[in-house]
Design a protein around this ligand. Structure first.
Ligand SMILES: [Zn+2]
Length: 420
């Protein structure tokens, strides 16, 4: 039997084992914050030990261990990196859940529990992909590295960001596969970035019967908000290959199906959310202070600097307004070549199983793939449906779990073999 045939056989014959692992992982509380993932890391290490796979732990903090496993194949070739995270969103309002958030119960063809969608499904899938490729290492050229990280939900500082900075030689590689929830209809080759600004408006204030004396910080805020919202009209300078990809009607349709009506536009424009607005203390007082926190989401082709420049030009006309950047130094909107060979492998295998070809799009939210992209390593995301992610009664389709595992396994195989 050829290596590929054996791979296909394991994908099918070990479905129960794959599912059991996902359920066991789901039963472990890894919510972040607080982000203690030691028990989940133990589960992954036990699996790797059972498979006879060498691994090591990089733990810049004891409670947030990151696992690295890497093997060299039978000859020179490409270095493929698999990346997933252990931590999940907090449970939120426990009373909104109809079952234990850590149950791992199966009902209606789904595994139930917090983090099943984001991304216990995907990280479990990549663990099995790695194990199967490892079994076939005598037939595979190149190298495969598995990275299972502990801090994604609070920014990645102790997770992928730490690995990329401190273990670059091992974890950068030639291409990255990530299995965050993308929806089966799309492959994510890029993502928008966020820019968070806080504005403070200060005027003398006073009694509302004497508006001529002190001015109103809230009135200034209203005018300022109008001007900030107008930044949404800023046109991105999309790189040619991105523009050509996103202009395609089938890509736009797939993004709307996957992300909701209007998504195709949102993907390529700035969105401005006035998330927090606090001003005034009493109905008959002129508010002396108002504070705004504004979340800008930047598409590919609009830099943080250009938005900051536009904001500074507006604020220059309002001497009573000051602003600061929250989380300065954050990432730019980022992308990998949508015509990269790996996109072809993912699309082909997913399409063959679904009878419908997924389309390459830019993600509205963020993933750890940005950390590789900024280092020049192409990174792509394909995973289960994002529906229910972070909500009460989160659950993942078992069929989608097996599908995602299969697509990544076959795409990884083809990518490695083609690099011989
Ligand atoms: Zn995630």
């Amino acid at each position: 039997m050829s290596g590929r045939e054996r791979l296909l056989q394991w994908l099918d014959s070990e479905r129960d084992r794959q599912l059991d692992f996902l359920r066991a992982f789901t039963r472990i509380d890894t919510c972040n914050p607080p982000g203690d993932t030691t028990e989940a890391a133990d589960l992954f290490r036990a699996f790797l030990d059972q498979e006879g796979i060498a691994h090591r732990t990089e733990a810049p903090q004891a409670q947030t261990p990151n696992l690295i496993a890497t093997f060299a194949g039978s000859g020179n070739g490409r270095h493929l990196v698999l990346n997933g995270h252990l931590d999940v969103f907090p449970v939120g309002d426990r009373s909104a859940w109809s079952r234990d958030p850590w149950s791992g119960d199966i009902a209606d063809g789904r595994v139930h529990g917090r983090g099943t969608v984001d991304m216990k499904c995907g990280t479990s899938a990549l663990l099995f992909v790695y194990a199967y490729l490892h079994r076939l290492r005598a037939e595979l050229p190149g190298r495969v590295t598995l990275t299972v990280v502990s801090d994604e939900e609070t920014g990645g500082r102790w997770g992928s960001a730490w690995l990329v900075e401190n273990c670059a030689k091992e974890v950068l590689g030639d291409c990255v596969l990530n299995s965050e929830p993308s929806g089966l209809e799309t492959v994510r080759f890029g993502e928008k970035s966020m820019l968070w600004l806080r504005f403070r408006i200060a005027v003398p204030g006073g009694h509302s019967a004497y508006p001529h004396t002190g001015g109103s910080a809230n009135k200034v805020a209203a005018a300022l908000i109008g001007e900030l919202l107008a930044i949404e009209a800023m046109a991105p300078e999309e790189p040619e290959t991105v523009r050509r990809t996103l202009d395609r009607v089938d890509v736009q349709e797939a993004s709307e199906r996957s992300l909701g009506a209007g998504a195709a536009k949102v993907m390529r424009r700035i969105s401005v959310n006035i998330g927090v607005m606090q001003g005034g203390v009493k109905i008959n007082m002129l508010p002396a202070e108002c504070m705004l926190e504004v979340d800008f989401r930047l598409p590919v082709g609009i830099s943080r600097a250009s938005v900051l420049e536009a904001v500074a030009a507006i604020v220059a006309r309002y001497p009573m307004v000051s602003f600061e950047e929250l989380l300065p130094g954050g990432p730019e909107a980022n992308w990998s070549d949508p015509t990269h060979e790996m996109v072809g492998h993912l699309v082909r295998h997913a399409g063959a199983a679904l009878g419908q070809t997924p389309q390459p799009i830019v993600s509205l939210g963020g993933t750890d793939t940005r950390l590789w992209r900024v280092k020049g390593v192409p990174a792509f995301v394909y995973g289960c449906s994002p529906a229910g992610m972070g909500a009460a009664d989160e659950s993942v389709s078992i069929a989608e779990f097996h599908h995602v595992l299969r697509v990544h396994a076959l795409a990884a195989w083809d990518y490695l073999i083609a690099g011989r």
